[in-house]
Design a protein around this ligand. Sequence first.
Ligand SMILES: *Cc1c(COP(=O)(O)O)cnc(C)c1O
Length: 383
Amino acid sequence: MKVDFRSIQDLLQSMQPQLPVYCVYPHAYHDAAQHFVAGFPGRVLYAIKANDNPSVIKALHDGGITHFDCASLPEIQLVSNLCPGATCYLMNPVRLEQQARLAQRKYGVRHFMIDHLSGIAPLLSEIDAQRSVVFARMAVSHDSAMADLSSKFGAPPEEMPELLMAIKDAGAEPALAFNVGTGVTSAEAYTYSLSQARKVLEQLPFAIRLLDIGGGFPRPYPGFRVPPLDEFFAAIKGIRHELPFPDDGELLAEPGRALSAPGMSTLTRVLLRKGDRLYLNDGMYGAFWELRFKGHLRYPARTYRGPGPLDGEAMPFRLFGPTCDSSDEMPAAVHLPADIDVGDYIEFGTMGAYSLSGRTRFNGFYSENVVTIGSEDYLPPAW
Ligand SMILES: *Cc1c(COP(=O)(O)O)cnc(C)c1O
């Protein structure tokens, strides 16, 4: 992949950017994709809502991701245009009318999702049941997730046999799905949910070939320690053999954060310093919005003055975004060189997940600057 800059230093030398710059390190995405695909015992779908930037999608595709978990037609269009030959799944129980039809006709989508009996007829009126797989989503949740994603979608386990049978009766291939949450901190969340799924599968008079265990695989952040992904893979491999799968049975996973977090940083500039308070050109209404939610409170940081690194004795700073809202303050102090000042730059790493997607134009602060960086010297997750 051709990159825009060799390094952050290169970027600073030629841009001296006023607005935040989102720096994509294709190397990191390549590694993340390869590692996940090699370790997970099944099919890996990238949940593109975590970061739908074209450079990110392409880098993950280059690294071996060929399946994409999409929630809308625009997401499917985006992936199909960027990665010809990739397989898109429309995995949202809620869709605009006609999107399932277009997804299938125009983009060959074959995998869909429902989580209620009332969802079956509208979906099947738009698609060809014979060539479609319809996942029924089961509600599961586990205390170890940063956010519980089962309060909105998913049917209780006891309703699953009825849902799966209704899908089969409608002529489509029934499949089972769940999603434990996001930023899951213990592999037990998956083994517990898989045991729930197993109970459902055992009640069915037919075999289910595909079991989608969703996303939620974590990445570490400063102050937010999580077990390595390999621990999750090992636990899932351990229980996979106990599932009543046919010979061609397959697990699927939909990682968003685990694939997107490690390879992007946000390069911000200091606009104002008042003692231990720094005002930056990006904040809680911009790329840092995810810090509003339970989970990590900070990102790893390193500092630059001019194009070179800024080092020196550190002290804790409170960090504010540029908008007029007083809640536009990062939830935790960050240690930075004590003499940092206006015009210096701070690079925040591990920011690929839930940052670009979901920021706002509140108060007129918004940056379109996304660049690729060739260096392999990206900020390690927990610095
Ligand atoms: C958000 C979401 C994902 C991705 O979640 P991560 O925590 O980023 O891995 C996967 N599947 C579904 C259904 C989701 O809603």
